[in-house]
Write a protein that binds this ligand. Sequence first.
Ligand code: F6R
Length: 357
Amino acid sequence: EKGTYAHYMLKEIDEQPFVIRNIVQKYQDENHNIVLDNDIRQAMLNTDRVYIIACGTSYHAGLVGKQLIENLANIPVETHIASEFMYNMPLLSEKPLFIFISQSGETADSRGVLVNIKELGHKALTITNVPGSTLSREADYTLHTYAGPEIAVASTKAYTAQMAVLAILAGEAAKAKGIALDFDLIKELSIVANAMETLCDRKEELEQIAKDFLATTRNAFFIGRGIDFYVGLEGALKLKEISYIQAEGFAGGELKHGTIALIEKGTPVIALATQKHVNLSIRGNVKEVVARGANPCIISMDGLNDESDAFVVPAVHEILSPLVSVLPLQLISYYAALHRDCDVDKPRNLAKSVTVE
Ligand code: F6R
């Protein structure tokens, strides 16, 4: 039930702090030890390369998952679009481990890959919001995202839940390998949940940003570097699917290699700046587009912010920043769609679960 909410999407955006807290709780026992099937730990320990397979928003979570697993657990990871992997399988490592990410657990493109790699004798872990779904049943192991039913076609809470579970998996893989993290992951996830809550209380600001930047525009660009780039891809997908504004996410340094030709006077460029080591370079990229007339909307993280930034999110651990920085993007898309009279929960041409290839 959406209760007092005008749309399921808004309700599900608001649920994200609770979802993250719920995950933190479900993945801990009473002694605060992480609850994780030992076979999954062993699988992470035994593999020489993880292959993450997913579609759409779940693929974007998988891109962040690559950063999490490589950075925390020091295991090489490749993230692939399921429908591409299906027909253009890369050379596999000697001991691959497959991770399927799927909110519904029913996505045909992902299932096709699962069937193929099982035939090859490889192990698979599914991260899903629906245990008992096809992808969960047919994989060797399952991790539940505990996000509760997601009704809106545009995925929001399932995405942040997927990244939280990937972080916990990465943390446990690190531990299994004897790598000591220099921070308390569970504590940092709780800080993320609190930050999400403060963002949910800043809807008016984000509604205004949607009006200022997206009320009448034909197109919009999202730029970022590293994980900010991945979040930008998700921000662009959200905006496209519910507001029908043509939107693209780009790596900050890549725009000038062609796409900058599309920048006109007033073109909105939403830039993410949550990563210290690329803060200056992404701001340099913003200057490049501003020089061509773009209307810049910088979304930064507290501590890295500049006076002219449109929106500053609370500081969280850098590697967990996507869980927080995506929230303003979800809300900006929501309000842009609302003001453009789009059917937020049921965008045209889209289905919640894509069970055809
Ligand atoms: C976008 C969206 C889709 C899904 C994709 C995969 O908001 O919801 O891009 O993420 O169809 O679906 P699942 O995660 O169910 O495999």
